[in-house]
Design a protein around this ligand. Structure first.
Ligand code: HEM
Length: 522
């Protein structure tokens, strides 16, 4: 994620007010910047304007602008956003060097003003903490996700696991799309995808599925879109500190979105506290409450974590768990509709491997190389998460011979890696076969490991497995039963619109055909 955007990040009034005051501050900051040790140099980068830095260049499609600039300045480059220097990393080898080999140096999150409003400043994902408490919370989150996604146990029956939730929602979508097709002749699948995907993470986090017309859930899934837009169009106060003290529409909107999201989750958590029964752990929220009761602050000899910081993990999991997967699925559907031959090949593979008598299961994944290659190409080509969440250096370090001071904000350009001509033949072509071996029977792991979608290293996406499973199972279930196409003559624009996650312009131009009569799954 980056805090720049297509809508212009700073309003004219804010700029004028800021301009006069900050000339002085800028000069002061420049003089206070850490000195570069002898023999090393600062990363190169484009010259910016005083106060604004490179903001004007980065207003529109920053992932493309920074990719272009990286060709001029290299894989380690410095731009300035407002008064803040930002390190921009490109090139798979350089990014691996930073996030994997020098993981501890690049582990932090920047202390951005707006991040304190996410989960009341206790977000596992966005708060600047990257020490022992963050590690312990990340482990707790990983265990909770694992318990409620794949591993049947005496405490969690298989009906509560991811596969069952996804299968149930995918079946709902098949029925709904057929009904919409009869009523409206063409439709926009996004509205239904987002609620189905949200229902999966809701079931895991809160033990509850919502009706597709549930206004409360609909308002929350829409909030998530607004969150992505607001975060991506950036908060000027994050980069020009004194703007925090001036009224700002962008910041007000961002606070509002977070307040509404927090109160939705808070209410559910309170209900869980009231009905909690340690003999019957229903979902991730219960398992976190149980953890709070068993290891309250001070009792856990290793890392004391406050109850608030334990419970707020569910905010991160719920918040991160549906926009990303929905966006991946909506890109998948537009690609199969645009490339009917590719869709046919996936369906032939599904027919040969699974047939029509039963529904796809997660265990089928390894036997469907073309479907997997398609999903990899969807991730690569759309690169719908153009940047990771910003990182920050935890100490002064050296990368590719350049000196990087402590607390430097770092943007990692995933889009650049996925479209790098040095890594990919014809990167702008959509071609799943690039991921298959010559016989077309196996996914080539050297190629698939080059795709950057979930970040890398210690901050790598915590829900990566779940995200990949969900995309696979939703897609396989939909394509087994339905053939997707676009309404003849429909004008579709799939240019990604810049945001936290990039989407194409929504359109109600999808059509479907049932491939064979629906049978219930054994
Ligand atoms: C296709 C689906 C998904 C994509 C493409 C995706 C992508 C990402 C990316 C790029 C990051 C930032 C990594 C970094 O900063 O270096 C991230 C972080 C994260 N993701 Fe995902 N994600 C997906 C699904 C999920 C799901 C389903 C969950 C939870 C259920 C989840 C939970 C998280 C969390 C908690 C973090 C923060 C990790 C940390 O800061 O330590 N994600 N994800």
């Amino acid at each position: 994620m980056s805090l720049m955007g297509s809508q212009g990040i700073v309003s004219a009034t804010e700029l004028l007010l800021a301009g006069a005051v900050f000339c002085l501050v800028f000069l002061l900051i420049q003089s206070l910047r850490q000195r570069v040790p002898k023999g090393l140099q600062s990363p190169p980068g484009p010259r910016g304007f005083p106060i604004l830095g490179n903001v004007l260049e980065l207003r529109k499609d920053p992932h493309l602008v920074l990719t272009r600039l990286s060709r001029l300045y290299g894989d380690v480059m410095e731009v300035r956003i407002g008064t803040r220097p930002v390190l921009v990393l490109s090139g798979l080898d350089t990014i691996k060097q930073a996030l994997v080999k020098q993981a501890e140096d690049f582990l932090g999150r920047p202390d951005l003003h707006s991040f304190q409003y996410i989960a009341d400043g206790k977000s596992l994902t966005f708060s600047p903490d990257s020490g022992e408490v963050w590690r312990a919370r990340r482990k707790l989150a990983q265990n909770a996700l694992k318990t409620f996604s794949i591993t049947p146990s005496p405490r969690v029956s298989s009906c509560c696991l991811l596969e069952e939730h996804v299968s149930q929602e995918a079946e709902y979508l098949v029925t709904k799309f057929l009904q919409l097709m009869e009523e409206e002749k063409s439709f926009d699948p996004y509205r239904y995808l987002v609620v189905s995907v949200a229902n999966v993470i809701c079931a895991m986090c809160f033990g509850k599925r919502h009706d597709h017309n549930d206004q409360e859930l609909l308002s929350i899934v829409n909030l998530n879109n607004e969150f992505g837009d607001a975060a991506a169009s950036g908060n000027p106060a994050d980069f020009i500190p004194l703007l925090r003290y001036l009224p700002s529409r962008t910041m007000q909107l961002f606070k509002d979105i977070n307040r509404r999201f927090n109160s939705f989750v808070h209410k559910i958590v309170q209900e869980h506290y009231t009905s909690f029964d340690k003999e019957h752990i229903r979902d991730i929220t219960d398992s976190l409450i149980e953890h709070c009761q068993e290891y309250s602050v001070g009792e856990d000899a290793h890392v004391p974590i406050s109850n608030k910081k334990i419970i707020s993990i569910v905010y991160d999991l719920f918040g991160a768990g549906f926009d990303t997967v929905t966006t991946a699925l909506s890109w998948s559907l537009i690609y199969v509709a645009l490339y009917p031959d590719i869709q046919k090949r996936i369906q032939e593979e599904l027919d040969q491997t699974i047939g029509q008598e039963r529904r796809p299961r997660l265990s089928d994944r390894g036997a469907l190389p073309y479907t997997e290659a398609f999903i990899l190409e969807m991730f690569r080509h759309s690169s719908f998460v153009p940047f990771t969440i910003p990182h920050s250096t935890t100490r002064a370090t050296v990368l590719n011979g350049y000196y990087i001071p402590k607390d430097t904000c770092v943007f990692v350009n995933q889009w650049q890696v996925n479209h790098d001509e040095k890594l990919w033949k014809e990167p702008s072509a959509f071609n799943p076969e690039r991921f298959l071996n010559a016989a077309g029977t196996e996914v080539n792991r050297t190629e698939s490991d080059k795709v950057m979608t979930f970040g890398l290293g210690k901050r790598r996406c915590l829900g990566e497995s779940i995200g990949r499973w969900e995309v696979f199972l939703f897609l396989a279930t939909l394509l087994q039963q339905l053939e997707f196409s676009l309404r003849p003559g429909a004008e579709v624009d799939i240019t990604p619109q810049y945001g936290l996650t990039m989407k194409y312009k929504r359109c109600d131009c999808f059509q479907i055909k049932q491939r064979f009569p629906v049978k219930s799954s054994p």
